[in-house]
Design a protein around this ligand. Structure first.
Ligand SMILES: Nc1ncnc2c1ncn2[C@@H]1O[C@H](COP(=O)(O)OP(=O)(O)OP(=O)(O)O)[C@@H](O)[C@H]1O
Ligand SMILES: O=P(O)(O)OC[C@H]1O[C@](O)(CO)[C@@H](O)[C@@H]1O
Ligand SMILES: [Mg+2]
Length: 334
C-alpha cells in the first residue's frame, strides 16, 4: 500500500517548473504528468523546461496545461526531451540559471533525473536559493534514498525479454552468451536481471571477479552434465569494452562465447505498471513537499513509504549492491 504524504501547504508559490535530465528513463512521462496535474489541481502554474539543464540555461520554457500531459502515462522517453549539459557544472552558468528562473517568477523546480542531475539540482538550490526537489529518474537504480528509481523496473523487464530470446539460441546451439547490460558504474541492473533470467554467472563492478573462476565454473558445469549453454550477465562497468575483452579471454581458453550488448534498447519502451505507479506517486508527492516548504531533497520510496532524502546524501552516499543476489544466481542455476 503506497502512502502519500499528508503535509500542509506552507508557501506562496504560484508557479513551478519541471524538467528531465540525464539519460531518459521509462516513467519520466508519467512523472511529468503527475507533477503537472498535482500542481494545476492546486491552482499553481506549471512550466516545462525543454532539454534538461541545456534548456534551463537559455530559458527554453513551455507552459504546461492539463491537456499537454494527456495520453503520456503509457509512453516511454520524455515529452520534455533530455540532455547532458556539461556547461551546468560551471557555477557562473548555474547563477545565470537561477536568474532565469527568478525572471520567470518560478517559485520552485522539480528535477527528474539520475545522480548527476540531482547533484546539479543540489548545487542550484544551494547557490541560488531557488527551492528544488529531485525525483529519481534513471534506469540505473544507483540512487541512495529510494528502493527503485523510475525506469529501473521497465529496463529490467526489457532486458529479460531480450535475454529469454538469446537463451533459446544458447540452448539450441549449446553456446555460452555474454550479455552486457547498462548500469554505468553500478551492477543493480545486472544483479536483478541475472537472478531473473537464471544466469549462470553475474559480473558486476562492485564484486571482484576472476576469469579463472569463470572458466572453472564453465568446465565443472560441463563435467556435471549441466550442458554447455549458458548466459553470463555482465554489467557494462566504468570502462567500455569489458564484455568483448572477456569474450576474447574466454576464446583464448578454448570457449566460443557469443556476445550481445543490449545497449539503448534498455532505455526505451512503455513503462511497466510498477514504474507508472512509482512515477505517479513520487511526482504528486514532490509537489506536496515543494508547496510545504521543503527544498534540497529527493523524494523516493522505501518500504512503500514516501521519503525525503537530502540531496547532499544522494551525492555522498552510494546505494549498496546486494551481493546475495549474485550468489543466489550461482546457487540456483545448478
Ligand atoms: N557535478 C555536477 N555539477 C553540476 N551539474 C551536474 C554535475 N553532474 C551532473 N550534472 C548535470 O546533470 C546532467 C546529467 O548528469 P549525468 O550525465 O551524470 O546523468 P544522470 O542524471 O546521472 O542520469 P543517468 O545516469 O540516468 O544518465 C549533466 O549533464 C549535468 O548537466
Ligand atoms: O546514452 P549515453 O549518453 O551514451 O549514456 C549511456 C549511459 O546512460 C545510462 O543508460 C543511464 O545512466 C547508463 O546505464 C549508460 O552507461
Ligand atoms: Mg547517473
Amino acid at each position: 500500500m503506497y502512502r502519500l504524504p499528508d503535509l500542509k501547504k506552507n508557501t506562496r508559490i504560484n508557479a513551478i517548473a519541471v524538467m528531465t535530465s540525464g539519460g531518459d528513463s521509462p516513467g519520466m512521462n508519467p512523472a511529468i504528468r503527475s507533477v503537472t496535474r498535482a500542481a494545476l489541481n492546486q491552482g499553481i502554474r506549471v512550466f516545462g523546461i525543454n532539454r534538461g539543464y541545456s534548456g534551463l540555461i537559455i530559458g527554453d520554457f513551455t507552459e504546461l496545461k492539463s491537456g499537454d500531459v494527456s495520453n503520456i502515462v503509457q509512453r516511454g522517453g520524455t515529452i520534455l526531451k533530455s540532455d547532458r549539459c556539461e556547461a551546468f557544472k560551471d557555477p557562473a552558468v548555474r547563477h545565470q540559471a537561477g536568474e532565469i528562473l527568478k525572471e520567470h517568477h518560478i517559485g520552485g523546480l522539480i528535477v527528474i533525473g539520475g545522480d548527476g542531475s540531482l547533484t546539479g539540482a543540489h548545487l542550484l538550490t544551494h547557490e541560488t536559493g531557488i527551492p528544488v526537489i529531485g525525483l529519481p529518474g534513471t534506469i540505473d537504480n544507483d540512487i541512495y534514498g529510494t528502493e527503485d528509481t523510475i525506469g529501473f523496473d521497465t529496463a529490467l523487464n526489457t532486458a529479460l525479454e531480450a535475454i529469454d530470446k538469446i537463451r533459446d539460441t544458447a540452448i539450441s546451439h549449446e553456446r555460452i552468451f555474454l550479455v552486457e547490460v547498462m548500469g554505468r558504474n553500478s551492477g543493480h541492473i545486472a544483479s536483478q536481471v541475472g537472478v531473473a533470467c537464471g544466469a549462470e554467472m553475474i559480473i558486476v563492478p562492485e564484486i571482484d571477479f576472476k576469469l579463472e573462476a569463470l572458466c572453472f565454473s564453465l568446465a565443472s558445469q560441463r563435467a556435471e552434465g549441466h550442458g554447455s549453454s549458458g548466459i553470463i550477465v555482465v554489467a557494462e562497468g566504468p570502462r567500455p569494452g569489458l564484455t568483448y575483452r572477456l569474450a576474447n579471454q574466454l576464446e583464448a581458453q578454448g570457449e566460443k562465447p557469443g556476445v550481445c550488448i543490449l545497449g539503448h534498447i534498455q532505455r526505451g519502451g512503455r513503462p511497466t505498471g510498477h514504474d507508472r505507479v512509482l512515477a505517479s506517486c513520487l511526482g504528486a508527492a514532490s509537489v506536496t513537499y515543494l508547496l510545504a516548504g521543503f527544498t534540497d531533497v529527493m523524494i523516493g520510496m522505501i518500504d512503500s513509504k514516501i521519503t525525503a532524502t537530502p540531496l547532499l546524501d544522494i551525492m555522498e552516499k552510494r546505494k549498496p549492491l546486494n551481493p546475495q543476489l549474485v550468489e543466489l544466481a550461482q546457487l540456483l542455476h545448478k
